[in-house]
Write a protein that binds this ligand. Structure first.
Ligand SMILES: Nc1ncnc2c1ncn2[C@@H]1O[C@H](COP(=O)(O)OP(=O)(O)OP(=O)(O)O)[C@@H](O)[C@H]1O
Ligand SMILES: [Mg+2]
Length: 247
């Protein structure tokens, strides 16, 4: 099965019926866009969430993670450490549309910002054995992330990843794409917020992009702003920068 194959997803869609308040996170354009757009569907085993810095990807993915029962700071559903109290309340208001009779066997929520705390929790719980055998604190950021994907992620899992490329080289991103394909083959589902043109190329994935006004639209790979801009930049970096600096 490829990442694009039709299959009943664990989470088929997410919905927010009304905006329950003002201020963060309810005042964000993306939250209003979610209400206005109705159900946001995840029709394929891999859904990629794109959008500029500050467009609301992390807020949305964290809300979905909380609604799915994960610790807001990351980890598996059995992690319950807390180092800060700034999580958004969005998760409590989201409705997840699940497939009856299909429950993930395992799962992981990765927040790029708090992976250090997840690593500390892995050490505290004494479960490094399930993560490749070495404490994540004794591995590089990218090595420990690939340990996680290769050893702790398993078949039939639900994985919510927020900018996994923060840890990874281009080769690391390609290794992650291969691992994702394997896990999809064995019944896993992924929701990934990313700026990486490499990860955005995941075969068969649905790409949802948050526009400046907050609308969340399904787009083709070539239309994603991160892809188009990277392509324009790489075509002639010198000229691109000259143009940018003269503006
Ligand atoms: N705890 C918070 N309190 C108030 N505002 C917040 C909080 N967290 C995020 N925001 C604001 O909400 C908006 C969306 O932030 P979010 O982190 O979801 O964006 P993002 O799309 O993940 O960005 P990036 O690509 O930089 O990771 C931003 O304008 C941000 O400043
Ligand atoms: Mg973010």
């Amino acid at each position: 099965m490829t990442p694009g194959s039709v299959r009943e997803m664990f989470i088929r869609a997410v919905r927010l019926d009304a905006v329950p308040g003002d201020g963060y996170p309810f005042g964000l354009p993306v939250v209003r866009g979610l209400v206005a757009g109705g159900e946001l569907r995840f029709p394929t085993a891999v859904t990629l969430l794109a959008g500029d810095n500050g467009s609301g990807k992390s807020t949305l993915i964290e809300g979905i993670a909380v609604a799915a029962g994960f610790n807001p700071e990351g980890g598996t559903t059995s992690f319950n450490f807390a180092t800060r109290a700034s999580e958004s309340e969005l998760g409590g208001h989201l409705t997840l549309v699940r497939t009856a009779g299909r429950k993930p066997r395992t799962g992981f929520f990765l927040r790029a910002e708090s992976y250090y705390n997840v690593a500390t929790e892995i050490e505290r719980l004494g479960v490094a054995g399930s993560y490749g055998g070495v404490s994540p604190h004794q591995r590089s950021h990218g090595e420990s992330f690939l340990d996680l994907a290769n050893h702790r992620f398993g078949a039939g899992g639900l994985y919510l990843l927020d900018e996994p490329e923060a840890a990874l080289s281009v080769q690391g991103c390609l290794a992650l794409l291969l691992r994702i394909a394997e896990l999809v083959e064995t019944g896993s589902q992924f929701l990934i917020a990313t700026h990486s043109p490499v990860l955005l190329a995941c075969p068969g994935a649905t790409i949802l992009e948050i526009a400046a006004g907050g609308a969340i639209e399904e787009v083709a790979y070539d239309q994603v702003e991160a892809v188009a801009m990277t392509r324009a930049f790489l075509a002639d970096p010198g000229r691109f920068l000259e143009h940018l600096m003269s503006d």
